[in-house]
Ligand binder design. Structure first.
Ligand code: FES
Length: 106
């Protein structure tokens, strides 16, 4: 599937996202090196750091936020209504065409 990721400089990247690798959005950003090493995925995808915060800019069916994700976002900087933790969004076929923007580094 194709996912568009707008990096922290505002540059848009349309990338191929595999649906058969049990990957999440944070890992996808890292795989394509769209954010500098050490600025995203700091907690390793445990919903404990918010370094993977992103803003969802398209209408796609996303999983409900878990309590852990809600709690982490409540403490995050640069929070918006459409904020999600990238590590909590698994890539699956229904997300084809998803557009997300990375939140600023915090
Ligand atoms: Fe830490 Fe997502 S990588 S909350």
């Amino acid at each position: 599937i194709k996912i568009t990721i707008i990096d922290r400089e505002g540059i848009s990247h349309e990338v191929d996202a595999p649906t058969d690798m049990n990957m999440n959005l944070m890992e996808l950003v890292r795989a394509y090196e769209l954010a500098p090493e050490g600025t995203i995925g700091i907690c390793g995808g445990m919903a404990m750091c918010a370094s993977c915060q992103c803003y969802v800019e398209s209408e796609h069916p996303l999983p409900e936020k878990s309590d852990d994700e809600e709690a982490m976002l409540a403490e995050a900087y640069y929070l918006k209504e459409n904020s999600r933790l990238g590590c909590q969004i698994h890539i699956h076929p229904e997300l084809d065409g998803l557009i997300v923007e990375l939140a600023p580094e915090s």
